[in-house]
Design a protein around this ligand. Structure first.
Ligand SMILES: C[S@@+](CC[C@H](N)C(=O)[O-])C[C@H]1O[C@@H](n2cnc3c(N)ncnc32)[C@H](O)[C@@H]1O
Length: 326
């Protein structure tokens, strides 16, 4: 049995790695195969971390895969006595209309003796049309994105422009593979986006910022979202933490617009990366976000695992670096 994860259309690469890192953190061995926005994982069990996922829209338990031209031979598995309906999701361009395909496939189900209920079925059979494939399976999980949207930065008491949105903040925390009960640090926490998402996933968090108003603002934002978290005012170039204190680190370097840079940018990159290495545990993962490529700064301290970019507007593309401590 396999699962198919339908990834966010805006950030499918980060969505894939969010899943890979969490499978790794939970010690579940599996293989991954990605086609466009669909990630196939060769395990039948819905993993225990699904509620954490930010960039997965839904998951199906795969029953069958056919080429698009043989879509009418798809096999569905509806337990006897259950009602069902077919919902087709087109990924990319396909000239057939979803409605027509749903009717055609629904007729096959009906012929096989399954009762169809379009309004309130017991089982939703999903069919993803992706490239030349049709992937069929039962809907097993749907993301409650409403919760994420309720805490967008502009709804929080402390706000500045350009902050990372909750779904991206959550995904970047998840990229570290940090587990519930472990501790994550953000040494340049700004308005606290990473800390909020970590706390809401049962991860303990420590935030720091060189500006007192950011620390107080983060504190208000955390409280507004019903979270605790520990906050300190301090310089990320000299962090007031003991060696090996944290299981994971996610941080976003200042861009020099709404967030001022004190000193030289390259010194900040070098110094923060050295301190991050000192305060995190061996083999732990860190995520560094910046407007520039940081590859030259990791040297022997961290091993680059994966790099992503997120275009915000014409003159700002965020570089997202997932690295592992050597
Ligand atoms: C891009 S913002 C972080 C945004 C944050 N991720 C959020 O969600 O709001 C960068 C932050 O780094 C802080 N900062 C700049 N230099 C710092 C330093 N040397 N030590 C600690 N914080 C610093 C700035 O005050 C700013 O709040």
């Amino acid at each position: 049995m396999r699962l198919a994860f339908l990834l966010s259309g805006r950030h499918p690469d980060i969505g894939e790695w969010e899943i890979r890192q969490l499978y790794g953190a939970y010690d579940i061995k599996c293989d991954f195969e990605r086609t466009d926005r669909v990630l196939l994982v060769n395990t039948g069990e819905v993993p225990p971390f699904v509620e954490r996922l930010a960039l997965t829209h839904e998951i199906i338990r795969v029953h069958d895969i056919a080429t698009k031209s043989e879509i009418q031979r798809l096999r569905f598995e509806v337990p006897s006595g259950y009602t069902a309906c077919i919902r087709v999701k087109k990924i990319g361009f396909h000239k057939e209309s979803s409605e027509e395909l749903e009717k055609k496939l629904g007729a096959i189900l009906y012929r096989d003796g399954i009762r169809i209920n379009l309004d309130n079925p017991d089982v939703i059979e999903r069919v993803y049309l992706v490239n030349d494939m049709a992937i069929a399976g039962e809907l097993a999980f749907r993301n409650r994105r409403k919760d994420l949207n309720a805490r967008v930065p502009k709804n929080r008491p402390f706000f500045f422009p350009g902050v990372i949105l909750p779904d991206m903040a959550r995904a970047l925390v998840n990229l570290t593979g940090v587990r519930g009960g472990e501790i994550l640090v953000d040494p340049m926490c700004g308005t606290g986006s990473f800390l909020i998402e970590a706390e809401l996933m049962g991860i303990r968090s420590v935030g720091m910022d060189v500006l007192g108003r950011m620390v107080y603002g983060s504190e208000n934002n955390l409280r507004f979202c019903g979270c605790n978290g520990h906050l300190v005012i301090g310089n990320a170039l000299q962090m007031p933490f003991k060696d090996g204190s944290f299981d994971a680190l996610t941080t976003d370097f200042p861009y020099g617009r709404s967030t001022r840079i004190v000193g030289r940018r390259d010194e900040l990159y070098r110094g923060v990366i050295e301190e991050a290495h000192r305060i995190t545990t061996r083999n732990s993962f860190s995520v560094f976000v910046s407007m520039e490529d940081l590859d030259g700064y990791f040297q022997e301290l961290f091993r680059p695992v994966k790099k992503f970019s997120d275009r915000i507007h014409k003159s700002l593309t965020r570089r997202i670096h997932l690295v592992q401590k050597n």
